[in-house]
Write a protein that binds this ligand. Structure first.
Ligand SMILES: Nc1ncnc2c1ncn2[C@@H]1O[C@H](COP(=O)(O)OP(=O)(O)OP(=O)(O)O)[C@@H](O)[C@H]1O
Ligand SMILES: [Mg+2]
Length: 274
């Protein structure tokens, strides 16, 4: 379905993404990992056409999307909704209106100007918020929500477009371990229950291993690993992150595992009391 072929992005003399190729043949959850500056964000931005490729092609269901403009480009951008580290919500606007913004691409200018939404869209927005466990916050301003809740609003906004692919650029990098876990589980559920492909840039190994079916490792703009979490050994991780002495599994961890261990210990202790 999605095929990326020799995708390249240069900024002046800097090659940020260097001849990246991969295929996604069925709905899957992919984690892209690599150290800062490896080209992860640039790759996602090209996939979504937020940024134009310098060379190479992206095709979806056999059709080229690299050269699309105008309405055809907007239609592709609806097919692959994007989520960001900083949520990108309108802080003073209520949660439902933020979610309804996800339909912007398909609405007329007039309807947008007067903030008019069909009743069916409002119902759909509430249903999606409910599914993500934040329907109770629907009327609150986005800025009043916790980071984890705000990221779920951003996921809800993306789902309003009914995308085939969700692109997430460091979706949990600003969240504490508990909220990181909630957001990753929401993305996993959306993948499993709806059959959508999720491609997430993740800055930690443990998250990629835990939630993704496939991991793509980038280094200096190139793909240096593409395989299953089982194939992602410590040696492979060293190749991705660079084999300097400072590398350790902990330095690339979100501590979701630690959180689980702590929770498990608390439960054991509670049981011991009973
Ligand atoms: N608009 C730009 N102009 C010039 N150089 C850029 C631009 N965007 C990215 N770069 C460069 O391209 C390279 C890849 O950047 P990118 O943001 O894709 O990395 P990343 O893997 O997402 O890093 P991080 O983990 O820090 O988010 C970096 O060297 C960066 O400085
Ligand atoms: Mg980035």
């Amino acid at each position: 379905m999605l095929e990326v072929n020799q995708l390249t992005k240069t900024f002046g003399t800097k090659t940020a993404v260097d001849s990246v190729s991969f295929k996604v043949e069925r709905p899957i959850m992919i984690g892209i990992i690599g150290r800062s500056g490896a080209g992860k964000s640039t790759l996602l931005r090209m996939l979504n056409r937020l940024s134009d490729a310098s060379e190479g092609t992206i095709t979806y269901d056999g059709k080229d999307v690299t050269s699309r403009t105008g309405a055809a480009k907007r239609s592709w951008q609806s097919e692959c909704a994007m989520i960001f580290q900083q949520f990108n919500l309108v802080p003073r606007m209520d949660v439902v209106s933020n979610v309804l913004h996800g339909t912007l691409n398909s609405r007329s200018t007039l309807a947008t100007m007067f903030n008019l939404y069909p009743q069916s869209d409002i119902h759909k927005a509430i249903e999606i918020l409910d599914r993500l466990g934040i329907a109770q916050q629907a009327a609150q301003r986005a800025e009043a929500l916790s980071g984890g809740q705000q990221q779920r609003v951003a996921i809800a906004r993306a789902l309003m477009q009914d995308p085939q692919i969700i692109l997430a650029d460091e979706p949990i990098a600003s969240l504490d371990p508990m909220n990181a876990q909630i957001v990753m589980e929401a993305l996993r559920t959306i993948h499993e229950e709806d059959g959508r492909t999720v491609i997430a840039n993740l800055h930690t190994l443990d998250t990629a291993r835990r939630y993704c079916d496939r991991v793509i490792g980038m280094r200096d703009g190139r793909v240096v690993f593409d395989g299953t979490p089982e194939q992602l050994t410590t040696g492979a991780a060293r190749d991705i992150y660079g084999a300097d002495a400072s590398f350790s599994e902990e330095s690339t961890s979100t501590s979701i595992e630690t959180l689980d261990t702590a929770a498990a210990r608390a439960i054991r202790e509670a049981e011991a009391v009973v």
